[in-house]
Design a binder for this molecule. Structure first.
Ligand code: TYD
Ligand code: MG
Length: 455
């Protein structure tokens, strides 16, 4: 008899190992490797005869397909993140921490689409139908024609959604509860999640329905995370936010049919998620203008300017190795700014703890924030508050030079709109509006900036 070979799969990243290990080489996580049957879930078997396909030329398709047909939800922030609505026949993964509001967002989207006459099926594997209905009631969505089902078995789900009129959109909440008869492993393992998601994607491609899959981000690695299916779906959105804050950000990290740098901003209220059309006002809401160590960064997210406060606290350390704690920004980028301040500006922070926080639970990914961070650090160290009506942006290079960044005019326009009359920005910024009302202070290097703040 042939020996049954098993493999060891990391539940966090899906890396396959030949033997069990405590730590995964792929992602560096501990205790995430589980023994699985590699053939589980692969249908067909040896008896299947191959079917010949017929390739077509690209030119023969022109005129047939104009653009991906979309279903906009009418929720502006959600449509912005998906690139204009859900694409028919596509699979979208919405990932996020448990309790962040994924089910809430999707119930609201389902209700909005249903009101527009679309046929929506919400399959919940985590809550009973009555519980889902209760939430829908709270969201004012109970009077819509959204169809609810509480199923976890992949074959049962397929049978349920295949019945009756073809659905336009199906929500599977969540992929971690899916289990298939064809896979041997326990529910929640990589094999089960992959098998289930594969079946759902196949259904979407065959019927033209949109498949929205919810995936919990897991810390422990005992159940598979959304990462193991990211490559299988057409779009991946992450719902982020700080549990202590009401803001929630829907960030696109992959999109086969649209841009990947857009964000949707929401606020969690007792009646569900509310769209925030002007995020800058939200992130600047709790500002203390007279405190040293705070600088307003004029950023860009996708096509939209976002103003946000960068807060720094620099204090003498009592430890051998000073602390560097960062929320909302990249730690290696901070290390670089500290090194440049030390090497080129004579600002010594080797005996200081440095804390950096981006207000409102927001996360900055642009290098253009360098100048705002440097300004906040110097302001805190000097104990001098920065001018309250000024925004900062620009990239800092290792030589200490300040480099221009894209979208200068757009950043300044947003700043002016929100009452900021001054800006500190890189010299030679290409699209700097000439003769505009504001006071633009151009800086060439980081020492220039430090002299300006301290002087
Ligand atoms: P939920 O959508 O269940 O999160 P997920 O599906 O990502 O696990 O949201 C759970 C949280 O949202 C819960 O802590 C309560 C809060 N919430 C509100 O504040 N207002 C509301 O109207 C709803 C429905 C939930
Ligand atoms: Mg949920």
């Amino acid at each position: 008899m042939a020996k049954v070979r098993t493999q060891f799969v990391c539940q966090n990243c899906g890396t396959v190992h030949s033997r069990w290990a405590g730590k995964c080489d792929g992602c560096g996580e501990w205790n995430t490797i589980v023994e699985e049957d590699p053939m589980g879930g692969i249908g067909g078997g040896p008896g299947k005869t191959p079917k010949k396909g017929r390739p077509v030329t690209l030119t023969s398709l022109s005129g047939e397909i104009e653009e991906a047909p979309r279903i906009p939800t009418g929720m502006g922030e959600l449509d912005r993140a998906t690139g204009g609505g859900f694409v028919r026949g596509s699979a979208v993964l919405i990932g996020g921490d448990p309790g962040i509001g994924k089910s809430t967002l999707l119930m609201q989207a389902a209700a909005a689409l249903s009101r527009k006459g679309h046929r929506i099926i919400y399959v919940s594997g985590e809550e009973a139908v009555a519980q889902v209905r209760l939430r829908a009631q709270r969201l004012g969505a109970a009077e819509t024609d959204v169809l609810l089902a509480a199923e976890t078995n992949v074959e049962d789900i397929l049978a349920t959604i295949s019945e009756g009129k073809r659905p336009d959109l199906i929500i599977i909440d969540s992929i971690q509860t899916l289990w298939s008869d064809t896979a041997d492993s326990a529910p929640g393992t990589v094999t089960q999640v992959r098998t289930g998601v594969q079946a759902m994607i196949r259904f979407a491609k065959q019927t033209g329905a949109t498949m929205v899959l919810v995936g919990h981000v897991t810390k422990e690695g005992q159940i598979a995370g959304p990462r193991v299916v990211e490559h299988m779906v057409d779009a991946v959105l992450y719902f982020e936010g700080d549990r202590g804050h009401h803001y929630r950000i829907l960030r696109t990290v992959k999109n086969r049919f649209g841009p990947t740098d857009e964000i949707g901003v929401f606020e969690m209220s007792d009646k569900g998620l509310r769209e925030v059309a002007n995020p800058s006002e939200l992130f600047l809401g709790e500002r203390n203008e007279k405190a040293p160590g705070a600088a307003v960064f004029a950023g860009i997210e996708g096509t939209r300017p976002v103003l946000v406060e960068v807060q720094a606290l620099v204090a003498p350390t009592s430890l051998g190795t000073p602390r560097r704690a960062i929320v909302g920004w990249d730690s290696s980028r901070l290390a670089m700014i500290l090194a440049v301040l030390e090497a080129h500006c004579g600002v010594r922070l080797g005996q200081h703890d440095v804390y950096l926080n981006v207000a409102g639970g927001y996360r900055i990914s642009e290098p253009a924030a360098d100048m705002a961070v440097a300004s906040a650090l110097v302001s805190s160290l000097a104990g001098l508050a920065l001018p309250a009506d000024c925004v900062y942006f620009g990239e800092v290079s290792l030589s200490g030079a300040v480099r221009p960044v894209a979208h200068t005019a757009q950043r300044l326009k947003e700043a002016e709109k929100l009452g900021f009359s001054a800006a500190v920005l890189p010299a030679l910024s290409p699209d700097l509006p000439k003769g505009a009302g504001g006071k633009w202070r151009e800086v060439e290097s980081l020492p220039d900036l430090v002299a300006q703040i301290a002087g």
